[in-house]
Write a protein that binds this ligand. Structure first.
Ligand code: SF4
Length: 70
């Protein structure tokens, strides 16, 4: 399993993630939201997935570099 992590506090709300990867990302209240994710102790959102698919493109494209894969 892989984990997608969204450091929500760093998100500048540009919307690129939703355009590139609507399977996992949607905009909510001006910030990105990782669909069906859980919030960790740092208030980041985490989602376990079998395959990271389009989330890889978001890691490269996010201008705030707030999306990570582990
Ligand atoms: S691409 Fe990055 S900065 Fe832009 S909305 Fe998504 S998470 Fe936020």
């Amino acid at each position: 399993m892989k984990k997608i992590i969204l450091e929500k506090s760093k998100c500048i709300g540009c919307g690129t993630c939703e355009v590139l990867c609507p399977k996992f990302f949607e905009m909510k209240d001006g910030k990105s939201h990782l669909k069906d994710s859980k919030e960790n102790s740092n208030k980041d959102e985490e989602l376990e997935v079998e395959k990271i698919e389009c989330a890889k493109d978001v890691v490269d494209a996010c201008p705030a570099q707030c999306v990570k894969i582990k």
